[in-house]
Design a protein around this ligand. Structure first.
Ligand code: MRU
Length: 343
């Protein structure tokens, strides 16, 4: 798989996911504002990838700050953090990564500025490397829940493309496949931005993992026919009580899975767990532009001009519908998360 985000010759290189699957093209960002714009316009997307991208964006921005005073430097870097944090509201990985960069900045306050700049870049690379390592650990834990011969439904893209590499939900699928399990995947197309059709289908085909694309409305009927054995999705934020915010449509899949007695798993690293948010109804849900709904991937309009449109990008699945949450530390019931992940 091509990397989603990396440091390349002093620039931040992002895979432009808005052009997939047709075109594999990279954006070389030499200014943190370009990184922020790529996040806002979803050229890079997926909760862990957004977090990692913000971290490298902070480091990139910090490198360009010209002052000799720590206080002025810290003020400028904090401003960069604020701009990057304002790009998307729901995925908590964004705020988690930015807080980590701010802690590093404060920790090094007595050091010379060139050293601080270097340390911020190193910290961003550590965040990136740790993300891949967590996904691989998650994959191993989750693969134990998957049996040969099973068909797995996934929603949106929680793959290598949504992370720094390997993926969360698709990481579990990848690990099961690498263990030799004969599995297949049903990918929900995931209206309106089509992360399932454009990204999940592409990513799994790259790795030759059997995948079949379906529209979002087909899942219930396929479950009734016994053609789906389990569901695995990612998460953008998990509240302390185990409620999960993820791509719009996830809640519907969870309700359907419950009605058909099919296990429904969420795969996410600790950077997605937000114990400060007590329950899902407190998670901010991003509302996006209506054009995403009235067109198909920026094509001609498919709706009458002037129609009222709703476009919440995420929904909340209550803990009661979730069989278990797969993390890098193991597999837990939603109710166990707060004790497992409290500091
Ligand atoms: O709007 P997106 O594409 O950033 O939303 C992505 C999702 O909802 C993913 O399922 C989630 O971030 C988990 S990615 C490992």
């Amino acid at each position: 798989m091509v990397p989603t985000v990396e440091w390349k010759n002093g620039a931040v290189r992002l895979l432009d996911q808005s052009r997939l699957p047709g075109t594999v093209e990279f954006l070389d960002c030499r200014d943190y504002r370009m990184v922020a714009e790529a996040m806002r316009t979803m050229k890079v997307r997926g909760a862990p990838a957004i977090g990692v991208t913000a971290a490298v964006g902070v480091a990139l921005g910090a490198q360009a700050v010209t002052t000799t005073s720590y206080d002025e430097f810290a003020k400028a870097v904090t401003g960069i953090c604020d701009e990057l944090a304002a790009t998307r509201p729901t995925a908590v990985n964004l705020f988690w990564a930015i807080e980590r960069m701010k802690r590093k900045l404060a920790e090094l306050r007595t050091k010379p500025l060139p050293e601080i700049k270097r340390a911020l870049t190193e910290e961003s690379q550590r965040i990136l490397d740790e993300d891949v390592a967590m996904n691989k650990a998650m994959g191993k834990h989750g693969a134990a829940l998957v049996q040969s011969g099973q068909t797995i439904l996934t929603h949106c893209n929680a793959g290598a493309l949504a992370t720094a590499g390997y993926g969360t939900a698709l990481g579990v699928i990848r690990a099961a496949w690498e263990e030799g399990k004969k599995i297949s995947v049903l990918a929900d197309e995931t209206r309106p931005v089509l992360q399932g059709a454009r990204l999940t289908a592409w990513e799994l085909m790259q790795d030759k993992i059997p995948v079949t694309l379906i529209t979002d409305s087909m899942a219930g009927s396929l479950m009734k026919q016994g053609r789906i054995h389990l569901c695995i999705v990612g998460a953008d934020r998990i509240a302390a009580n185990g409620d999960v915010a993820n791509k719009i449509g996830t809640y519907s899949v969870a309700v359907l899975a419950k009605a058909h007695n099919i296990p429904f798993y969420v795969a996410a690293p600790h950077s997605t767990i937000d114990l400060a948010t007590l329950s899902g109804d407190k998670i901010p849900i991003e509302q996006r532009n209506q054009n995403e709904v009235t067109t198909l991937h920026s094509g001609p309009s498919i709706a009458p001009a002037g129609v009222e449109v709703l476009n919440p990008a995420f929904d909340v699945t209550p803990a009661s519908l979730i069989t278990a949450i797969i993390t890098e530390r193991g597999v837990f019931k939603p109710s166990e998360l707060s004790s497992q992940f409290s500091a």
